[in-house]
Structures are given as structure tokens and as C-alpha cells.
Design a protein around this ligand. Structure first.
Ligand code: FMN
Length: 358
């Protein structure tokens, strides 16, 4: 199993932005020293919720200070980016990191971010599906051209010329059924967040695997789970930090994406989020949803984390992890401590595991 870190760039520490940005990015450097396989970063704009406007740029800095760790924006949000520039920047960073780059793509869900890019949430499905093909073809062929509804690009050769790109190096966020279908259709590894009870996600995951196999004649690769981690030896500290920082993170997510607001109800491709809002209401409000959310993520002592992983694997089959250790304003000393503890006590067991064919 491959295990990575996922940097969320959430500044709830009250630190000056430059200092917070440097300290968050430094975690990617520490991750290589601790033996993680991946350093992944979000793309988010304009708020404390998350502020990393260009993960490909930030990963260039990491590339210069590392040798082996794989790099992955998780994810470049396609409705907010020009596909031609994404291909160029991806080829540039891939040259600088000598082929250690994987491209994570997503379509976004926060209308406050869409607004500033003059994009509408309602169009994100179409824009993503069109842009992702332009980008992947551009990386595979070294030529970008498009004459679609959203992008018209004359035939253009990319310099530096991209090398060694296949769909195996592209991954796609797929939390919604429509995205799971596109990921399977395009032959892409899927990225998911932990969201409460995994049994509820199984129909979608099975559909993704069946469609992938039917379309590409081979089993789908293990999907990647982005987990929010709380990992300490003391159970008391786990509870204290979960109640303080994980709870803060949960409220930030619900607020940033406005999960409880009505606007998702008129957006069919975001039905998953409309349902989440209603379900939370119906099942006793945010507190119940919060408990489910805690249950779905890997939180506990190293021993408890590994037990939770085995239970999850028995349900969902093979998967990989990119772990979020820095969130909710947790001091960087504690972030470093839990990252190191996880790397020393849990990661070796995860990496030693033989794959179970799902
Ligand atoms: C692993 C993972 C990484 C994500 N990274 C980002 C990100 O960097 N920026 C962002 O706006 N949304 C991010 N999202 C949220 C997606 O944009 C959101 O889930 C959106 O609805 C896309 O998923 P969907 O197409 O499956 O609905 C991420 C989601 C997952 C599961």
C-alpha cells in the first residue's frame, strides 16, 4: 500500500500567512524524511479554510528540496484553470522533479471560490469532463488543441515537451456518482474523502470498479482515501485533540462548502452534497453527522488506527492513503509529533501489506 501526506493549507493558527504557508509546505519535506510515498496538496483560494492557490507552484519548491517522494496536486480544480496552462505547468514541474509527478484533478464545490473565477457551479461537470480530456491528451501527445463548448484552443505544441505521461499518472476526485463514472470511463484512479459510514459508499465504489473493468479490460487501481488523522499514544490526548481540532475542521468544511444551504438542491451533479445537508438535518443535525465523520476517519492510538484500517479494508478492498495531519489550527509541533508517530508505528505495517484483489 502506498501512503502519503495531504496538505490542506488551513490557517486557523492565527499565524501570519507567509509563516503559516512556509510551515505547512515544510511538512512535505519532513514527509520524505519520514518515508511517506506521496506529498499531495490542495488548491484553494481566498479564505482561512484553505489557502494554496497553486499547488503545482508550491510543489516545485518541494521538488527542489526532495529526491524520492512523489508529488501530487490533490487537486488542481479544472473549472478555475486554463487547461493549456495546466499542461504547460505540469510538464515544467515534471521536468524539474525528474518524473515524480502525478496529476490530481477535481471540479470543486465551493461557490465562494467559483464566484471569483466567474465560473458557475452548475457548469463544473461539463467543464471538468472537457478540460480533463484536453489535459490528458496534451500530456500524452505533447500537443494541445480543442474545439469544444468551453475551450477553443488552436493546435499548440507544448514546451518543455511532456515525457512518459499515461492515464496511470492522473487521478481524479470522485465523491459524486457522476464523477465516479467519469473516473471509470477515463480510466483514472479515484480520490475520495472519508465521509462517515463506508458501507454507504460501496454501491458507487463497486459501480466504479465494474465500469472500469468493462471499459478498460483490467481491474481498477486501488482508490486513494484522504483521511483526517489524529494519532497519539495517549487515548486522552486523542480525545482532546479530536474534540478541539478535528471538530474545528468539520465546522470549517461544513461552512466553506455551505453543506446545510439549499443551493445544492438545484444542482443535480452535486446531489451528494444536497443529500448530506438533508441527511444531517434528518438524522439529528450536525452533531450526528459529526460523529459519523469521526467514525469514518482514522482517529486513535497507533494500534486503534491499524485496527480501523483492517476493518475498512475488509469492506472496501484495496486502497491507498493520503493523510491530513495538519488541520483545525493544530500547532505544528503536534502535527509533526503525530505524523512521526504514524510514520514509525502504523505506516510500516500498511506498507508491508499484500494487496487483496477487490
Ligand atoms: C481527496 C480530495 C481532494 C480534494 N481537493 C480539493 C481541492 O484541492 N480544492 C477544492 O476546491 N476541492 C477539493 N476537493 C473537493 C472536491 O472539489 C469536491 O468533492 C467536489 O464536489 C468534487 O467532487 P465530485 O466531482 O465527486 O463531486 C477534494 C476532494 C477530495 C475527495
Amino acid at each position: 500500500m502506498q501512503v502519503g501526506v495531504h496538505l490542506g493549507y488551513q490557517n486557523l493558527h492565527g499565524l501570519p500567512d507567509y509563516e503559516f504557508f512556509r510551515r505547512e509546505t515544510q511538512l512535505a519535506i519532513e514527509a520524505e524524511a519520514m518515508g511517506f510515498d506521496f506529498a499531495a496538496m490542495v488548491e484553494h483560494h481566498f479564505t482561512d479554510y484553505a489557502a494554496c492557490p497553486d499547488p503545482l507552484q508550491a510543489l516545485s519548491w518541494v521538488a527542489a528540496k526532495t529526491k524520492t517522494i512523489k508529488l501530487m496536486p490533490a487537486a488542481v480544480i479544472l473549472p478555475w484553470n486554463d487547461p493549456l496552462r495546466v499542461v504547460e505547468k505540469t510538464a515544467m514541474l515534471d521536468a524539474l522533479c525528474e518524473g515524480r509527478l502525478y496529476l490530481g484533478m477535481g471540479r470543486g464545490a465551493a461557490r465562494r471560490e467559483f464566484k471569483s473565477f466567474n465560473r458557475d457551479l452548475a457548469d463544473s461537470r461539463e467543464i471538468f469532463d472537457e478540460s480533463a480530456l484536453i489535459i490528458m491528451n496534451g500530456l500524452e501527445t505533447g500537443v494541445v488543441e480543442a474545439d469544444g463548448k468551453w475551450f477553443q484552443i488552436p493546435r499548440t505544441e507544448i514546451r518543455p515537451r511532456p515525457e512518459g505521461w499515461t492515464r496511470d499518472r492522473c487521478v481524479m476526485v470522485s465523491m459524486s456518482p457522476s464523477s465516479a463514472e467519469v473516473a471509470a470511463d477515463y480510466g483514472l484512479k479515484a480520490l475520495r474523502f472519508s465521509q462517515g459510514d463506508w458501507s454507504k459508499a460501496m454501491p458507487e465504489i463497486n459501480n466504479y470498479r465494474e465500469t472500469f473493468k468493462a471499459k478498460h479490460g483490467k481491474a481498477a487501481p486501488p482508490f486513494i482515501i484522504s483521511d483526517f488523522m489524529v494519532c497519539f499514544d495517549s487515548k486522552e490526548k486523542v480525545t482532546e485533540y479530536t474534540d478541539k481540532y478535528f471538530a474545528a475542521q468539520f465546522l470549517q468544511v461544513a461552512n466553506h462548502y455551505e453543506f446545510m444551504s439549499d443551493h445544492f438542491k438545484s444542482l443535480p451533479s452535486y446531489a451528494t452534497y444536497a443529500y448530506m445537508g438533508q441527511a444531517a438535518e434528518a438524522r439529528g443535525g450536525p452533531d450526528k453527522a459529526y460523529k459519523d465523520y469521526v467514525g469514518g476517519n482514522l482517529i486513535g492510538t497507533p494500534e486503534e488506527l491499524y485496527e480501523k484500517h483492517l476493518m475498512r479494508k475488509s469492506m472496501v478492498g484495496d486502497y491507498e492513503i493520503i493523510a491530513n495531519f495538519s488541520f483545525g489550527g493544530m500547532p505544528y509541533e503536534d502535527v509533526y509529533e503525530q505524523m512521526k508517530l504514524f510514520a514509525d508505528k502504523v505506516m510500516p505495517k500498511l506498507k508491508a501489506e499484500e494487496p487483496v484483489l477487490a
